[in-house]
Design a protein around this ligand. Structure first.
Ligand SMILES: Cc1ncc(COP(=O)(O)O)c(C=O)c1O
Length: 397
């Protein structure tokens, strides 16, 4: 993706590099402001600091500001907030924007803990919520209520990769005076920018692809200035601003987001294609595949088959012992409950994210005990394909 005169790959190296609070010109790397507060010598300075400077770490910090600038650039939004986690981004935004009596209409394909926020936490505070498959736009339109304040979806859902038609959902939300809030964690702004497609708020768990090195936790919220100025005071009261060290770590790693995520998306498309041809694999879910039910929508939403997402899932025979052997035989991919890192990792939804769901309901969603979710890393794609092929041979022995 490129815009203006320069490409994302170049511009991201130069965003956010002039934080306030340091007097030594422009260091080549981000300085870390591991300080809880900034000291002052006069009440004039104190007044100035309250207006536009730094006072206390939960209110403002130069490392968070640098990262916020980078995220606003990536997502093409007016302003961003950096939070302590993806969940911090979600809960701070919702607590700021909804009130008892309001209704939130959610995609039923949701990250498990977002689902808990929508269906348990918010309901305890008098906020109504309902869930419907956002792949059926007529069903979404029928589920909107007069008090619907917000439509909530992920671009690409876990683990089936179901896509949400962001431009159509934005139109539907606005026709009903509601906001569209989108979770861009599985895709990132390298692949898609929901704000440019009409969404009002985009959030991400930066713990995943944005950071990419599996060594920090963070979340982001990006929107117009008016919405961010409404959310920021609530974020401060909830104590969800990100800490300087994680903001610094993520800012460093975010400089390579274009290199990493482009490679991960390309690797995922190549691996998905290879796995689909393997005789022991019953099904592969990746939007780049012609067999993917929403392939046409994928081609409309993304720039091309190799620029969609680094996430995918596939189904092997339901043979528990062989599944254990398959995992043990893999040289590269290890089991991990996180995703988006430079190493390829896998996850078994029936044992983890969907373990509490009745088997019948899971199967209706296409999630069987033979399903693995993959987060594809930056390894050589030929090596990854060879490794999966040799491990899959256990199903033929
Ligand atoms: C799609 C999605 N959204 C939000 C989150 C929450 O992010 P965090 O763990 O950084 O709070 C996750 C975590 O896995 C996720 O997968």
């Amino acid at each position: 993706m490129s815009e203006g005169n320069y490409s994302l790959a170049s511009e991201i190296l130069y965003q956010g590099h002039a934080p306030k609070g340091q007097d030594y010109g422009s260091p080549a790397a981000f300085p870390l402001f591991a300080t809880t507060s900034f000291t002052m010598n006069s009440l004039t300075q104190v007044r100035q600091a309250y207006q536009e400077g730094f006072t206390y770490v939960r209110t403002n910090n130069p490392n968070r500001e640098s990262l916020e600038e980078m995220v606003s650039y990536l997502e093409k939004g007016e302003k961003s907030l950096v939070c302590s986690s993806g969940m911090g981004a979600i809960t701070s935004t919702l607590l700021a924007l909804v009130r008892p009596g309001d209704h939130i209409l959610c995609n039923c394909y949701l990250y498990g803990e977002t689902y808990d926020v929508m269906t348990q936490l918010l309901r305890e505070f008098g906020v109504e919520s309902s869930l419907v498959g956002f792949d059926d736009l007529d069903a979404v339109a029928a589920a909107v209520r007069p008090n619907t304040k917000l439509l909530y979806t992920e671009v690409c859902a876990n683990p089936t990769m179901n896509l949400a038609d962001i431009p159509a959902l934005a139109e539907l939300a606005h026709k009903n005076n509601a906001l569209l809030m989108v979770d861009n964690t599985f895709t990132t702004a390298v692949s898609i920018r929901p704000l440019q497609m009409g969404a009002d708020i985009v959030i991400s768990s930066m713990t995943k692809f944005m950071n990419g090195f599996s060594n920090a936790i963070g979340g982001s919220i990006t929107a117009c200035a008016q919405l961010i100025d409404t959310i920021k005071p609530i974020q401060k009261l909830c104590g969800t601003p990100g800490d300087p060290f994680d903001a610094w770590t993520i800012a460093n790693n975010l400089q390579t987001v274009d290199l990493r995520v482009k490679k991960q998306m390309k690797n995922a498309a190549q691996l998905a294609d290879a796995l689909e041809q393997n005789p022991h694999v019953a099904k592969v879910n990746h939007p780049s595949l012609k067999s993917f039910p929403q392939h046409e929508l994928a081609l409309r939403l993304f720039a091309g088959p190799e620029e969609m997402t680094g996430m995918m899932s596939f189904i092997v025979p339901e043979q528990p012992e062989r599944i254990e052997q398959f995992m043990g035989r893999l040289h590269f991919a290890r089991y991990a409950v996180t995703l988006g890192g430079i190493h390829t990792t896998l996850n078994h939804p029936v044992t983890s994210s969907h373990r509490h769901m009745p088997d019948e309901n899971r199967r209706k969603m296409g999630i069987t005990p033979g399903m693995f979710r993959l987060s594809v890393g930056i390894e050589d794609p030929g090596d990854l394909i060879r490794d999966f092929y040799q491990a899959l041979e256990v199903f033929g022995e």
